[in-house]
Design a binder for this molecule. Structure first.
Ligand SMILES: [Fe+2]
Length: 158
């Protein structure tokens, strides 16, 4: 895994950029939670008006596109910063595994969105939002702990 030497090579600007992007990801997740008034109670959409359900379905669809754009750009930036900071990224096993983890996350997020779109189309965006939020939080939490933290040091809480 990456050593302390590499951590210190990360410039303050790069560090700031990565932290800002991670904070933006967290804000997206918060906005997703805020989309549904029933998010915390766990009730479904049948107590909401049709107009409200349609609004939530629309917001969820926008989230799919915006979140995918955001994470693909973030992964590219993070990889560029790592490539720059590591002495020899081509030979670095941690870098290779981290890149693979990003590609896998993108595939998994796309699949989760496909499943969420089905729930949403069935008139229950609330269930779609809850499932999506919990899976993405779990996957990204795991990634931050196992891949980002060894390179970045302890992640700044947002
Ligand atoms: Fe990462």
């Amino acid at each position: 895994m990456v050593g302390q030497d590499q951590v210190s090579i990360l410039s303050p600007d790069d560090r700031h950029r990565i932290d800002a992007e991670h904070a933006r990801l967290e804000q997206f997740m918060q906005d997703l939670r805020d989309t549904c008034v029933n998010f915390l109670t766990g009730t479904d959409c049948f107590g909401c008006t049709r107009a409200q359900v349609a609004t939530c379905q629309g917001r969820l669809t926008s989230f799919f596109y915006d979140f995918l754009d955001l994470i693909s750009e973030h992964f590219e930036n993070e990889e560029a910063i790592m490539r720059h900071a590591l002495l020899d990224s081509d030979e670095d096993e941690y870098f290779r595994l981290h890149q693979e983890a990003h590609a896998r996350l993108l595939r998994e997020v796309r699949e989760l969105m496909r499943q969420a779109a089905v729930f949403s189309a069935q008139g229950n965006p609330s269930e779609a939002i809850r499932r999506l939020e919990s899976k993405i939080s779990e996957m990204f939490g795991h990634h931050a702990h196992h891949f980002d933290a060894p390179f970045l040091g302890p992640l700044h809480p947002h």
